[in-house]
Design a protein around this ligand. Structure first.
Ligand code: ATP
Ligand code: MG
Length: 594
C-alpha cells in the first residue's frame, strides 16, 4: 500500500520548538515524528511510530536469535515486590508512585528486575529449567530530575529489558556473553558508531557491567579510552593508587597564617612567597582540598561528608553521584555552614594538627564527627598543605598515615585528558556518548531478596544468579537521528527509515501526478515502501519537506518527464541522478535493497 502525503497525519514545522536543545529533538518535532505531551513525555505520530517499530523489530529479531523469549509485564505494578528489595525507597523521587481507590500503593515500572524474578520463581523450580533468558519491549516510567533532549532522556520511554537466570557463575558469564554478542549485532544493525565501556552498576548492585555508548558530542555520558584498549565510562574509572611514600624526611606538621586564601591558586601563591620549598615550587597538586557535601539518603536522612582530594582536581559530580547512589549529594549552603561551626569554610582539613584524629573537626563548638573520605592518590607518606580547621590558618607538612588517616577511599576526582589508564595501557582521551544499552551481571541480589531458588543436580536448593540487560529503544530513535541528521533535516539509514522512497510529483499537469502515482504503485508492488507526495503544493515546499523528513531516496517526477526522465536524490549524500522513467522501478528497487 502506498502512503499519500496528502492523507498522512503529519505537519512539518518551519520553526524550531522552543525547548529543543539538540538537533535530533528539533528535527523529530519539526518533521512531524513526535509531539510533546508533557515534559519528557511524547506522542508518536505515524512517521515516528514507523521508525520506533523498526528499531523494535531489530531488537526483537536479535533477542529471539540469541534464544531469549518475549513476555510483557504491565507498567502498573504493586508496591510489595519493590518493598522486598528496598527499591520502593531507594529509587527515591525518580519513581512514579500512585494509589488505587482502596489506597493501596502502586508504581509505574522504572525497570522490572523484581517482577521477572518473581515470575520465574512462580513457574520454575529445577536446575533443569535453566538457563533461561526472558525479555520485553515495554514502556518505562522514571521521573527523571532532568528530562532533556526529547526522546533522549524521557520520563516515559520504551526500553527492551531482559533478564537471565542461571544456576551458577559460569552460566551467568555465558548468558552475559550471549547478550553482549546480541547487543553488538543490534547496534551494528542500527548503524550507530558506538563503544563498549566498563560501567558502574549503580542502584542495581552486582558486578561485571558494560555500557554501549553511541559516540556523540551531545551525549550526557563521558567515557575514556586508551591506545591500549582500556575503555570506561568516567563514572566507572578506578584510578590506580600510587605506591606509599617514605615520609621520614618530612618535618613535623605545623600551621601557617594564610588569610584571604579563598582559592587554591591564592594558597599556592602564598605558600611560594612565605614558605618556599627548597627543591621546587609548590603546586596545586601539593594541596589537599577538602570539600564538604550533604548526603541525602532515599529515606530523607542526611549526613555530612568531607572529601579530601589533591587541590589541582575538582570533584566530578557524575562520578560522585554514581559512587554514592542511591544517596544524593548536595553542596553545603551558608545555612549548613552556620549550623556546623566546626567546619571552617575555606580552611577545612583532616584535623591533623589540632588533635590527630581523622574524623573530628575542631571548631568553637568542639569536636564534630564527620565522615572523611580521601582520593586514592592520598596514600600513606604523602605530605600536604591543607586546612587547619582554624580561620585564616593552613597546616603544612601534614602527612597521610602519620598525621591523619581517613575513613576510606572515595575515587570521585575528575579524570583528565592524558591521565594514565588504570591498567597501564597508555594515556586516556575523553569523549562523550549516549548510553544506548547496559548489560550487567546482577548476581544473586534479587534472587536472594525474593527467594528465587531451584534444586541443583544434587537435590540441594541453590539461589539463582541473574543478569539484567537494557536497550533504550525510543532513545535509539533519537540517537540515530542525532548521528545522521544535517542542517536540512533528518537523514535516516535505510534500516530505520519510515519509507524507502519518497516520490515527489512536482509541477502542474495531470500527467505528472499520473506518472508519479504509477511509479509509486509499481514500486509498491515490488515491495518498496513508498511515500507519495501528491499534495497540491509548490516544488519548493515538497523538496524542503522531503529533506526535513529524511526518507533516504527521493524521486522527482516533474520537468524531466517530457524527456522520459526522473531525478533520483540520495538524502544522505546529496547525490542526484537522472534516470529514464522506463528503468526507474528496477533502479529504485536496487537502491532500496528490496
Ligand atoms: P542513564 O544513565 O542514561 O540514566 P540508566 O543507567 O538509568 O541510564 P538503565 O537503567 O540501565 O539506564 O536502562 C537501560 C537503558 O534504557 C539505558 O541504557 C538507556 O538506553 C535507556 N534509558 C534509561 N533511562 C532513559 C530515559 N530516561 N529515557 C530514555 N531512555 C532511557
Ligand atoms: Mg537513569
Amino acid at each position: 500500500m502506498i502512503t499519500r502525503l496528502s492523507q498522512l497525519f503529519v505537519r512539518t514545522l518551519r520553526e524550531d520548538p522552543a525547548d529543543a536543545e539538540v538537533p535530533s529533538h528539533r528535527w523529530l518535532v519539526r518533521a512531524g515524528y513526535i509531539r510533546r505531551t508533557a515534559p519528557g513525555i511524547y506522542t508518536w505520530l505515524p512517521l515516528g511510530l514507523r521508525v520506533l517499530q523498526k528499531v523494535e523489530r531489530v531488537v526483537r529479531e536479535e533477542m529471539d536469535a540469541m534464544g531469549a523469549q518475549e513476555v510483557r509485564f504491565p507498567a502498573l505494578l504493586p508496591r510489595e515486590p519493590y518493598e522486598a528489595t528496598n527499591r520502593w525507597r531507594e529509587y527515591g523521587p525518580s519513581l512514579f508512585r500512585l494509589n488505587d481507590r482502596k489506597g493501596a500503593d502502586y508504581l509505574l515500572g522504572p525497570t522490572h528486575e523484581e517482577m521477572f524474578t518473581l515470575l520465574v520463581k512462580d513457574l520454575y523450580s529445577s536446575y533443569k529449567d535453566l538457563p533461561l533468558s526472558l525479555y520485553q519491549i515495554q514502556t518505562k516510567y522514571r521521573d527523571e530530575a532532568r528530562p532533556r533532549a526529547g526522546l533522549l532522556r524521557g520520563r516515559e520511554f520504551v526500553m527492551k529489558d531482559s533478564y537471565s537466570f542461571d544456576v551458577d557463575d559460569a552460566g551467568l558469564a555465558a548468558s552475559y556473553e550471549a547478550h553482549r554478542r546480541a547487543y553488538i549485532r543490534i547496534f551494528d544493525r542500527l548503524g550507530l558508531s558506538y563503544v563498549i565501556v566498563k560501567a558502574m552498576s549503580g542502584a542495581m548492585g552486582g558486578s561485571a557491567s558494560e555500557e554501549f555508548l553511541a559516540v556523540s558530542a551531545t551525549g550526557e555520558d563521558t567515557f575514556v579510552r586508551s591506545p591500549g584498549g582500556y575503555a570506561a565510562n568516567v563514572e566507572a574509572v578506578s584510578i590506580t593508587p600510587p605506591p606509599a611514600q617514605d615520609a621520614s624526611g618530612v618535618p613535623a606538621a605545623h600551621t601557617v597564617n594564610t588569610p584571604n586564601t579563598g582559592t587554591i591558586v591564592e594558597l599556592v601563591d602564598i605558600a611560594n612567597a612565605q614558605f618556599p620549598r627548597p627543591d621546587r615550587a609548590w603546586t596545586a597538586a601539593d594541596t589537599l582540598k577538602n570539600v564538604v557535601f550533604k548526603l541525602v539518603r532515599p529515606d530523607g536522612a542526611t549526613e555530612l561528608l568531607v572529601v579530601g582530594l589533591p587541590g589541582d582536581r575538582d570533584v566530578d559530580t557524575k562520578r560522585l553521584e554514581a559512587a554514592i547512589a542511591p544517596a544524593e549529594a548536595t553542596p553545603l549552603t551558608e545555612d549548613d555552614f552556620a549550623a556546623n561551626p566546626g567546619l571552617v569554610k575555606g580552611y577545612i582539613g583532616p584535623a591533623a594538627v589540632a588533635d590527630g584524629a581523622a574524623t573530628s573537626y575542631l571548631g568553637a563548638e568542639g569536636p564534630l564527627k564527620v565522615r572523611y573520605l580521601t582520593d586514592p592518590r592520598v596514600v600513606p607518606g604523602t605530605a600536604w598543605i591543607t586546612g587547619a580547621n582554624i580561620a585564616d590558618t593552613h597546616a603544612v607538612d601534614v602527612v597521610c598515615g602519620r598525621d591523619f588517616t581517613s575513613d576510606g577511599v572515595l575515587d570521585v576526582a575528575e579524570i583528565r585528558e592524558g591521565d594514565p589508564a588504570p591498567d597501564g595501557s597508555g594515556p586516556l582521551s575523553l569523549a562523550r556518548g549516549i548510553e544506548m544499552g547496559h548489560i550487567f551481571q546482577l548476581g544473586r541480589k534479587y534472587a536472594e531478596a525474593l527467594g528465587l531458588k531451584v534444586l541443583d543436580e544434587n537435590g540441594k536448593l541453590v539461589t539463582v544468579t541473574m543478569g539484567s540487560y537494557g536497550v533504550g529503544v525510543s532513545r535509539a530513535v533519537a540517537a540515530v537521528a542525532e548521528a545522521t541528521c544535517d542542517e536540512r533535516g533528518l537523514a535516516w539509514p535505510r534500516t530505520l527509515a519510515p519509507f524507502d522512497v519518497q516520490v515527489l510529483a512536482t509541477g502542474k499537469g495531470e500527467e505528472i501526478l499520473a506518472a508519479a502515482t504509477e511509479l509509486a504503485e509499481q514500486l509498491d508492488a515490488r515491495g518498496v515502501h513508498v511515500l507519495l507526495d501528491d499534495r497540491k503544493a509548490s516544488p519548493g515546499v515538497k523538496f524542503t519537506d522531503a529533506e526535513i523528513m529524511g526518507v533516504p531516496t527521493a524521486v522527482v517526477v516533474g520537468r524531466g518527464l517530457a524527456e522520459g526522465l526522473v531525478e533520483v536524490r540520495d538524502r544522505a549524500t546529496g547525490e542526484r541522478a537522472e534516470v529514464p522513467l522506463a528503468n526507474a522501478v528496477d533502479y529504485l528497487v536496487a537502491v532500496a535493497g528490496r
